[in-house]
Design a binder for this molecule. Structure first.
Ligand SMILES: [Fe+2]
Ligand SMILES: [Fe+2]
Length: 382
């Protein structure tokens, strides 16, 4: 058998394994519980056995069995998982054919600059999101219903990365150049560097959350990630491309982003709920001065970024609108968490954003979509 035939066989779930090893002897005893249910062998101490009590679960530092899903202490987290599964899609299902024509023949130089740089920022930021949830946050959650939603979130962040790669490939963009842009453009690098700095400590697996100062740092970092990085930067980050979509341009890419946006809204809402519950459980408040610094540096980074991607305004959109909308969304997120609004006089300068962000399956409107996902219509938005 040659190597590729052997690989095909390995990938075929129904094919017998290419080995002559006889099947293992079957046993009536359930696997994996012998150490708990049976008679302990030798002189090993008998483990103390007791059902878990949902009230013993905690967001972090919990002692309840992490491998037992129910009874739930956080049933809302399980609901998030079910809801997330109603938004299943892949980038291959959305036609990019018209976008290829738009990109090469209709977009102005300023519009191409906006489009490419938004994409360049997103390629890096979704990998950062995937790593933060998968490697930093998820392992610190001590209730399985929280981890299960975050497992789904990790997959979704990977799916988003695939989506950007699919857009880059479809449009024939230079991957070397696009992916490296965040490393050479200071205004794009600034947002990523800020996020790395804010998340660096909690990415350490030896970060001790029984220490109150560390716990506050964790809550603040998670706040930054869910509320600012996902809830403001992502929520507002697709807007320049939605501005093109409103004029009938780059509709395939924009629809891809609408599906991503739907995921991100859930990520943000889940994160906000976790932060609120964590603070309540721990009898802790976020330090107002630390929050102020967080908002200010996030706003400064966003303004610099907007100034670069929109150094020349495009029809219906400019850097001032982008920065102003960041401040408006920031206030909304602050209200959702229950902290002081950071930018009290901010106005909703893009009233169409929420509408545009809300993917609806109106007939003949999203004609680019090959397949309908009726379950997606059940999602609520904010
Ligand atoms: Fe994402
Ligand atoms: Fe996300």
């Amino acid at each position: 058998m040659n190597a590729s035939a052997a690989n095909m066989l390995l990938n075929d779930w129904d094919a017998p394994a290419p080995s002559s090893t006889p099947p293992a002897a079957t046993s009536s005893a359930p696997a994996g519980i012998s150490g708990f249910a049976g008679t302990p062998s030798g002189n090993a101490p008998r483990p103390s056995l007791a059902p878990i009590n949902a009230a013993d679960k905690r967001i972090v530092n919990g002692k309840a069995d992490i491998n037992q899903l129910a009874p739930f202490k956080y049933p809302w987290a399980w609901e998030f998982f079910l809801k997330a599964n109603r938004n299943h899609w892949t980038p291959l299902e959305i036609s990019m054919a018209q976008d290829v024509h738009d990109y090469h023949h209709k977009l102005t130089a300023a519009e191409r600059h906006v489009f490419e740089n938004v994409l360049a920022y997103l390629t890096t930021s979704d990998i950062l999101a995937m790593r933060n949830i998968g490697l930093a946050v998820m392992e610190k959650m001590s209730a399985p219903e929280l981890q299960i939603y975050q497992a789904r979130q990790v997959y979704e962040e990977a799916l988003h990365t695939w989506t950007y790669q699919h857009c880059i490939e479809s449009l024939g963009l230079d991957q070397q150049e696009i992916y490296n842009r965040y490393r050479v453009v200071p205004e794009i690098h600034g947002k990523i560097a800020l996020a790395n700095r804010r998340l660096e400590k909690i990415l350490r697996s030896d970060f001790d959350l029984t220490d109150r100062a560390n716990l506050h740092e964790f809550a603040l970092s998670y706040f930054f990630f869910a509320v600012i990085f996902e809830g403001c930067w992502f929520y507002n980050g697709f807007t320049p491309i939605f501005a093109l979509q409103r004029r009938g341009l780059m509709k395939g890419a924009a629809e891809q982003l609408q599906y991503i946006m739907r995921d991100e809204v859930l990520h943000c809402a889940f994160g906000i709920r976790v932060v609120r519950e964590l603070l309540k459980e721990e009898g802790m408040e976020l330090d107002p001065q630390a929050l102020r610094e967080l908002w200010d540096e996030a706003e400064a980074a966003e303004r610099a970024y907007a100034g670069y991607i929109l150094h020349a305004p495009i029809l219906g959109y400019n850097a001032e609108l982008h920065a102003a909308q960041f401040r408006f969304i920031a206030n909304r997120r602050a209200r959702q968490v229950g902290v002081v609004e950071p930018f009290p006089r901010a106005e909703n300068v893009l009233p169409w954003l929420d509408e545009q962000a809300n993917l609806r399956k109106e007939k003949n409107f999203f004609e680019t979509r090959v397949t309908e996902y009726q379950t997606g219509g059940a999602l609520a938005w904010e």
